[in-house]
Design a protein around this ligand. Structure first.
Ligand code: PMP
Length: 299
C-alpha cells in the first residue's frame, strides 16, 4: 500500500509518526473519510470537493494552517487511489502536528498531511439493508464545548463516539446513537441519522452533529424525487414511533436501522423510502445518474 505524505508517495511501512506528535497527545488534528467508486470513467471519488473543503474548514476552525492548497490536496487524494491501483477505495486524509516540542501551545509545530487509501470493493451498506442495524441509545452525549466544534472533523471529537460504539458492541448491538445536551437525537457514532414518519423524512438539526456530506447528498436526492426533508429536534420517542430510520455516512453509506434499544422501527424491515434512497445513492456514487455526475471526480 502507498501513502501520500507531504507531497511524496511512500510505501506504507516507510510512513512513521514520531511518538511526540502533538496530535497524538492532545487529539488536535483533522481528518476526512471519503470513498472512490468504479464508474464508467474508472475509479472516481464521490464528492471530493466537498470532502476537501470540509478538511480545510475543520483545519481552519482549529487554527491549523494546512501547508497545501485545496487543489493540491484533491489532486493528491486522486493520486493515492491511482498509485494503489484501486478500482474502489476508502480514503483517509489526516492533518497532524509534528513533534518539535511537547508543550501545550501549537506555536512552532510543523503541520503534516498524510492520505491513505484502502481497497473497498464491496458495498458495505448492502450488508445491512435487508436486516438493518440494532442500535443502542448511548449514555455518552454528543456535546461540544463550543458550537463551532461540531463543524470540525477533529481527531479529539471522536473519543466519546468510539467509546459509545464500543459499549454498544459489548451489549450485543451494532451501533450507538448519541443524544445532545437536551436529550434530542444528535447522530450515530460515525453517521448522521434520518427518520421517516408518514412519508416525510426528518433529520436532526445540526446543533451538535457533524454536517455530513452523505446527509447533504440524501437531502438533495430526496428533494429531487419529491420527498420533503425537515430538519427538526427529534426525541428517542419520535424515532421509536417512526416508520423507517437509517444512518448515513461516506463509509457506511445508507444503513437501515432495525431497532433502537430493542424496540422495532416500523415492522423491523428496511422500508420503501430507505430502499429508494439507497438505490438513488448508489446510482449517484457509481456515476449512473447523469444529473449528479459533477459529484464524481475521476482519479
Ligand atoms: N457524524 C460523524 C460523527 C461522522 O464521523 C461521520 C463520518 N464522517 C458522519 C457523521 C457522516 O459524515 P459524511 O457523510 O460526511 O461521511
Amino acid at each position: 500500500m502507498y501513502i501520500w505524505l507531504n507531497g511524496n508517495i511512500l510505501k506504507a511501512d516507510e510512513v512513521t509518526v514520531n511518538i511526540l506528535s502533538s496530535t497524538l497527545h492532545y487529539g488536535i488534528g483533522v481528518f476526512e473519510g471519503e470513498r472512490a467508486y468504479l464508474t464508467a470513467d474508472g475509479p472516481s471519488i464521490f464528492r471530493l470537493d466537498a470532502h476537501t473543503e470540509r478538511l480545510f474548514r475543520s483545519a481552519n476552525i482549529i487554527g491549523m494552517d494546512i501547508p497545501f492548497n485545496e487543489q493540491e490536496i484533491s489532486a493528491a487524494t486522486r493520486q493515492v487511489v491511482r498509485v494503489n491501483n484501486y478500482s474502489a477505495a476508502y480514503i483517509r486524509p489526516l492533518v497532524f502536528y509534528g513533534h518539535e516540542h511537547i508543550g501545550f501551545t501549537s506555536e512552532g509545530l510543523s503541520i503534516h498531511v498524510a492520505i491513505a487509501a484502502f481497497p473497498r470493493d464491496t458495498v458495505f451498506g448492502s450488508l445491512h439493508t435487508k436486516n438493518g442495524l440494532r442500535v443502542q441509545v448511548s449514555k455518552f452525549k454528543r456535546v461540544h464545548s463550543h458550537p463551532d466544534l461540531n463543524l470540525v472533523k477533529a481527531t479529539g471529537n471522536y473519543l466519546g463516539s468510539v467509546l459509545a460504539h464500543r459499549a454498544a458492541l459489548a451489549c450485543g448491538f451494532d451501533e450507538a446513537l448519541l443524544l445532545d445536551n437536551e436529550d434530542y437525537i444528535s447522530e450515530g457514532a460515525r453517521e448522521n441519522i434520518f427518520v421517516v414518519i408518514n412519508g416525510i423524512i426528518c433529520t436532526p438539526k445540526l446543533n451538535s452533529a457533524l454536517p455530513g456530506i452523505t446527509r447533504d447528498t440524501i437531502i438533495r436526492l430526496a428533494h429531487d424525487n419529491g420527498i420533503a426533508v425537515y430538519e427538526i429536534d427529534l426525541s428517542v420517542q419520535d424515532l421509536m414511533k417512526a416508520d423507517e430510520a437509517f444512518f448515513t455516512g461516506s463509509g457506511v453509506e445508507i444503513m437501515a436501522i432495525k431497532s433502537v434499544d430493542n424496540c422495532l422501527i416500523g415492522d423491523g424491515f428496511t422500508g420503501p423510502i430507505t430502499q429508494l434512497l439507497f438505490k438513488l445513492y448508489h446510482a449517484a456514487v457509481s456515476g449512473c445518474n447523469q444529473t449528479y455526475t459533477e459529484w464524481n471526480t475521476p482519479c
